[in-house]
Design a protein around this ligand. Structure first.
Ligand SMILES: C[S@@+](CC[C@H](N)C(=O)[O-])C[C@H]1O[C@@H](n2cnc3c(N)ncnc32)[C@H](O)[C@@H]1O
Length: 247
């Protein structure tokens, strides 16, 4: 796949488990790819204002947190949900890193770990955390992104009224795949993606872009959507959809 919006960069400050936590055993979403998807979606928008994102299968929110650090001046609201309440604790911890208090706490935590154990890994993480703090100060000083996480089964959802009333610009989901993360309650990816698309119709509008990282090779046919882009890296296929314009 050719990248149009991103160049090869060193993303090591964002490595999973360093400053930003991830769920053990779940491969982290590739950083350059997530940035490419995000920037592609921005390029398709008519307006230039910061966007509201929703991730219905957020896990640890590692991918949302990294994305927010990379594009902090282009995001103003983050909503995320997962069926598993345990992972939401990690998601909240990660999203808190997007605040000055949160990143300061993490810096302090890593400093104490280094003083106690003298490990280079803690020193590296401490230095990366300082760099992430600089990003917060440089790009969007004093303005907190609104962040809300809630527990939800996206195959049988009940959305908070706040989400229904919000203009969601981008749904970006890294859905379960393979053995490490499986859909809870069903097990056919094509059906599940169809159902996810069907369910989010309650909260999106005809300008919302929907990016879903999936593994199925068969495109999903849903009468309300049109696929506007496909990106493929290894087994991961990102399909980007929009609602069809009905006349
Ligand atoms: C690939 S992981 C997401 C990883 C995430 N992008 C991150 O950065 O940590 C997929 C997530 O989907 C969640 N999941 C599984 N079935 C679900 C369902 N029916 N509704 C909502 N979330 C579900 C899992 O709990 C898991 O956290």
């Amino acid at each position: 796949m050719k990248y149009k919006f991103t160049s090869k960069e060193n993303f090591s400050d964002f490595s999973s488990g360093k400053v930003i936590n991830s769920i053990p055993g779940i491969p982290a979403f590739p950083i350059r790819l997530m940035s490419e998807v995000f920037q592609f979606c921005l390029s398709k928008r008519k307006q230039n204002n910061p966007v509201t994102i929703y991730d219905p299968c957020c896990g640890s929110a590692y991918h949302l947190t990294v994305l927010s650090f990379l594009h902090i001046d282009r995001i103003n609201k983050i909503y995320c949900s997962d069926i598993d309440e345990k992972v939401l604790t990690i998601a909240d911890k990660n999203l808190k890193l997007l605040t000055i208090d949160g990143i300061n706490d993490r810096i302090q935590e890593l400093k104490i770990l280094f003083q106690r154990f003298h490990k280079n890994s803690h020193k590296d993480a401490y230095e990366s955390a300082e760099k992430l703090k600089t990003i917060l100060f440089k790009k969007k000083p004093h303005i907190d992104i609104l962040k809300k996480s809630f527990s939800n089964n996206i195959l049988n959802p009940s959305f908070p009224s706040e989400l229904v009333e919000t203009n969601i610009d981008l749904v970006f989901a890294d859905i379960p795949y393979g053995k490490s993360t499986e859909w809870i309650s069903r097990n056919n990816e094509v059906e599940e993606v169809w159902l996810l698309l069907e369910n989010i119709l309650k909260i999106i509008n005809n300008q919302t872009l929907i990016a879903i990282a999936q593994t199925n090779k068969i495109p999903i046919e849903h009468e309300s959507y049109v696929q506007i882009k496909k990106m493929k890296i290894g087994k991961r296929i990102i399909r980007i959809y929009k609602m069809k314009d009905f006349i």
